[in-house]
Design a protein around this ligand. Structure first.
Ligand code: MTE
Ligand code: MO
Length: 560
């Protein structure tokens, strides 16, 4: 490529293009880190890496010099290094494309390595730095290309047409090299001015404007997105720290788990679903992060007096432990959107009593900090025989952030979307004819009791098993009523009763199993439950909308 006098001015703009490309890289990575893998921030991962590899004497020097600001000094130093490196990458991309993009990709690979080698990162942790590299490279290539267009057009204005043609030709060659490096995304036919055919009308004004428009747009978005994403993830991680330091009071009563409540069968669901395996369903794009110290619950609407409670007020009511199985309306027959946990909390009827419910009310509209609402029949929350609770703990620890920290509702017998509001902030006592919850105008019923069901956990559908005596086992739930019986039919034969585990209570699922002498071939296994009211599980299939699926699970099992 011909050596050319670029002019110092263009080098400054090239450096700016590099800085913007670097900014887009970091901002994109921060955004996706927030969405998919919070530990995957390139700056923080590289910072952590530096801390790990720096020799001890240097660390001591840093602490002695910067004191408690040592980490801020490190991050500031890192920021400066990124700034300088990006500026250099911008200049490289301008004078020797695609060197700038190569530099950016190298930075991307190094930060990806720093991220994925950290302990306990999610399997998606490579995504943020990789997407960041792609976005940063695209912006860098586009900016650099516009800058060259502007430079070449200026040159063309001053020189003869033939010279300009040669210049543009060689620029197009350089362009091709850059495009080759970063893939198809670079193709942007509308951004002409570089092809030989476009050469004659030299138009420095246009390329100049295009450069600055893109620089301003990309730069401003990178700033806004990057700073917002970083701020939000810092808020989340500080609440995570608060949560892990939080010690909930000892419960007044604990769940008693009877002998024989948990069967020991491989492949069968655990009696209590570990928090990390507990299904999660909500409309929250990012998990709300609420400091329990500033959390308030407002009880208002059709009440004698509006009540506001702090987290401490709630704890002061005294906590009990409740075992309740939660189910999502979106759970298909045989599905996984169901889980059982020990919840630590207080009865909702006691909380509502503080405000005093007025006559005429028949619903409580619970609201989460992110605006989500659920409509629960008032009767389900005031019934003395039903343990509808405000929960602060789940399986022996504070609620995980994803499961509603610091306070959520749990109501036995109702699907989650009409009862289990997470990140709770308001209980509005009202009526079904006056208020509507989030899912009601979206095709789901305003009221939705759980349709009781049974599920096969093992053998897994489609999984081949060896012939011989094997257990068929699963779970069955009929929250607030209880499971009376589970029956299994093989190859459309008679319904045979399965053995049930000892139930904890009527609000939790029970485990069931049946020994089966499996013969080679393909077999149908069907399962159904009967609840303690004597009702048979609904055989007819129904879709999840508007109020939950139904149907007996029938699975095809291959025996070798
Ligand atoms: N704030 C809020 N709470 C919510 C939801 C939601 O979208 N936002 N979804 C509900 C639904 S549909 C279900 S099934 C349960 C799921 O609770 P989990 O994610 O803790 O399993 O939460 C309920 N509470
Ligand atoms: Mo749900």
């Amino acid at each position: 490529m011909a050596q050319r006098r670029s002019g110092k001015r263009f080098l400054v703009w090239a450096a700016l293009a590099g800085v913007i490309g670097g900014g887009v890289f970091l901002a994109t990575a921060e955004l996706f880190a927030l969405l998919f893998a919070r530990a995957a921030s390139p700056i923080l991962a590289v910072g952590g890496f530096v801390i790990d590899i720096v020799p001890q004497p240097f660390k001591e020097f840093a602490i002695a010099t910067f004191g408690e600001y040592d980490k801020i000094a490190l991050l500031a130093g890192l920021g400066l290094a990124v700034l300088i490196a990006s500026a250099i990458a911008g200049i490289l991309q301008f004078v020797r494309p695609p060197l700038g993009v190569i530099a950016l990709v190298v930075a991307g690979v190094l930060s990806t390595a720093a991220i994925v080698t950290r302990a306990a990162v999610s399997p998606l942790a490579f995504l943020p730095p990789v997407l960041g590299t792609v976005a940063g490279s695209i912006i860098l290539v586009l900016l650099s290309r516009r800058l060259r267009g502007w430079r070449d057009a200026r040159t063309a204005v001053g020189e003869a047409g033939r010279t300009a043609g040669a210049e543009a030709g060689s620029t197009a060659g350089a362009q091709a090299a850059g495009a080759h490096d970063s893939g198809a995304v670079i193709a942007e036919p509308e951004d002409g001015g570089v092809g030989p055919a476009d050469v004659e009308p030299a138009r420095p004004g246009i390329d100049r404007r295009r450069f600055f428009v893109l620089a301003a747009l990309a730069g401003a978005s990178a700033l806004v997105v990057g700073i917002t994403a970083r701020t939000v993830s810092m808020a989340v991680s500080s609440v995570e720290a608060i949560r892990s330091a939080l010690k909930l009071p000892t419960p007044k009563t604990r769940v008693t788990v009877p002998q024989g409540a948990e069967l020991d069968i491989p492949g069968l669901s655990k009696l209590f679903t570990p928090n990390k395996d507990f299904y999660r369903v909500d409309t929250a794009l990012t998990v709300p992060s609420i400091d329990p110290d500033t959390w308030r619950l407002v009880i208002d609407g059709m009440v004698d007096q509006r009540v506001e409670m702090s987290f401490q007020d709630l704890l002061d009511m005294g906590l009990d432990e409740y075992a309740i199985t939660l189910t999502c309306v979106s759970n298909e027959v045989g599905g996984e959107l169901v889980g059982n946990a020990k919840w630590l909390g207080v009865p909702l009827r006691d909380v509502l009593k503080k405000a005093g419910v007025k006559s005429g009310a028949d619903m409580v509209l619970s609201r989460s900090v992110d605006g989500y609402t659920a409509s629960t029949p008032l009767s389900a929350l005031t019934d003395d025989n039903l343990d509808a609770i405000l929960a602060v703990g789940m399986n022996g620890e504070p609620l995980p952030l994803e499961h509603g920290f610091p306070v959520r509702m749990v109501v036995p017998g109702l699907y989650g979307y009409v009862s289990a509001t997470k990140w709770l902030t308001e209980l509005k006592v009202t009526s079904f004819d006056k208020d509507e919850a989030y899912w009601t105008p979206r095709g789901y019923s305003a009221e939705a009791p759980i349709k009781f069901a049974s599920r096969v956990d093992t053998p897994k559908i489609g999984e081949a098993v060896a012939a011989g005596k094997i257990p068929i086992a699963g779970v069955a739930w009929a929250q607030s009523v209880g499971i009376e019986r589970v029956e299994v039919s093989i190859d459309n034969g008679d319904w045979m009763p399965a053995t049930l585990s000892a139930p904890i209570n009527d609000d939790t699922w029970v485990q069931w199993f049946m020994e089966w002498d499996a013969t080679p071939g393909t077999h149908y296994v069907a399962v159904r439950a009967v609840n303690k009211n004597g009702d048979l599980q609904i055989e007819e299939r129904a879709p999840i909308a508007p109020n939950g699926s139904s149907g007996w699970q029938r699975s095809l099992i291959r025996v070798n």
